[in-house]
Design a protein around this ligand. Structure first.
Ligand code: SF4
Length: 415
């Protein structure tokens, strides 16, 4: 079966593989979609700009007032629809009027900035796209990409507007967020760059260059870049690799490894729709339970809090112990002693010689020449575990040279 991926799917996987599993593999439905002031704002601004460019495309540029009237109609219809059953949920101290004012500002400002719109030919507005995730045409023989095969990987997305400016095709995207993403947050850039593949696969003979342009309407800012083959190749490779990883995990999941999509704690966990299924969050909604043992009957919450307290004491004790050790070592060195006595306890001291490696490769070749390499080398069991976890090595391949055992590590912290 052909797999079709989208940018939000790959983003979900990068954010948390387990969330990806719940949403796209197990296909567990999220909460009913609810409209929000942000969505209405984004949608009605996009609709107004779509209408503007559709008019421009038939050489009938509307004036600003006409455009604003259409924008307000669309926005009011959406607000009426969304508030039929209950009022919209507002974030922080914002009111609906704040959103309304913002929308008018974005549309009016955009119009002033780009009118009289003489320089642009519009190829498409608000278009759903699907394309092959193959390397850009000029680099088609690059071997490390996912190759098109009978199960070909497709990518789908959405382009707000595709223009032709001279011999350049420009992919435009409007953003109505009130927060400007920092320069190093490259998701938007990668997304539009990747859509360059669709342009390549559909319009190759009509353009010389492809550009992408992000319009941050709240800030009256544009971010623009050329989608060169090299840039496109790097982004295609990145997303090919993410999809290979997803496909690989899906294969192992379907073969019975139900833990292969690991939960990954992240800043959005508290808004996650699947928290009640997730081993990292589900317990938050459990009722407290009493469990018995050598400590007598205790509730789970009490045991957790006690464990955290003990861990904190342990770590404080470790720090104090190191400070005391430094003082005592100094004292026994000054007095050339090997034993120290307290009122009830005593300490015996011995000095160890430690060797640390400065140049591992050089040391290896010296030991090799001295036939001592095997005696000095130790297989790193953590690296071995990592190879098995990443499915690069199986326990079967290790035969009886290794056995698997399970242990738990409990790390403590505050909520
Ligand atoms: S709660 Fe966090 S870790 Fe769990 S599935 Fe959701 S995003 Fe992933």
């Amino acid at each position: 079966m052909m797999s079709v991926y989208s940018f939000s799917q790959t983003q979900t996987f990068v954010q948390c593989p387990r969330k990806y599993q719940y949403k796209y593999v197990d296909k567990i439905k999220e909460k009913e979609f609810e409209s929000s002031p942000d969505l209405i704002l984004g949608h009605s601004v996009h609709a107004a700009l779509e209408r503007l460019y559709n008019q421009i495309n038939i050489f009938k540029v509307p004036n600003k007032d006409e455009l604003l009237v259409k924008f307000k109609d669309q926005r009011d219809t959406e607000i009426a629809e969304a508030t039929k059953e209950k009022p919209l949920e507002m974030k922080w101290e914002q009111t609906l009027e704040d959103y309304i004012r913002r929308g008018i500002h974005y549309v009016a400002n955009y119009y002033d900035k780009y009118s009289p719109f003489e320089w642009v030919s519009i190829i498409a507005t608000e278009v759903s796209i699907t394309f092959d995730l193959n390397p850009p045409s000029a680099l088609a023989d690059t071997s490390s990409f996912i190759k098109e095969d009978k199960n070909g990987i497709k990518f789908r997305g959405f382009i707000d507007r595709l223009d032709k400016e001279g011999e350049t095709f420009v992919i435009n995207d409007y953003k109505t967020n009130k927060n400007l993403p920092p320069e190093n947050k490259e998701e938007y850039q990668e997304q539009l760059t990747l859509y360059g593949l669709w342009v390549q696969q559909n319009y190759a003979k009509y353009y010389k260059n492809i550009k992408a342009r992000l319009h941050y309407l709240h800030f009256d800012l544009t971010d623009e870049w050329e989608i060169t083959n090299e840039r496109l190749a790097a982004v295609t490779k990145k997303y090919s690799d993410i999809i290979k990883d997803i496909e690989d995990k899906k294969f192992h999941y379907n073969m019975g490894n139900k833990k292969i999509f690991e939960p990954k704690q992240n800043n959005f966990c508290k808004y996650c729709e699947y928290y009640s299924l997730c081993p990292l969050r589900a317990h938050l909604k459990f009722d407290d339970e009493v469990i018995g043992g050598e400590l007598g009957e205790k509730t789970v919450k009490w045991l957790v809090d006690e464990y955290v307290t003990l861990s904190q004491q342990e770590s404080q004790a470790k720090n104090d112990k190191e400070l005391i050790k430094a003082l005592l070592v100094e004292y026994l060195e000054q007095h050339d002693l090997l034993k120290l006595f307290g009122n009830t306890g005593k300490i015996s001291a011995s000095k160890l010689e430690n060797i640390s490696l400065e140049d591992k490769e050089k040391a290896k070749s010296i030991l090799w020449e001295l036939w001592l390499l095997n005696e000095a080398m130790e297989i790193d069991r953590f690296k071995l575990q990592k190879l098995v976890k990443e499915n690069k090595l199986s326990l079967e391949q290790l035969g009886d040279s290794a056995i698997k055992s399970t242990s738990w590590v409990l790390r403590s912290g505050t909520q």
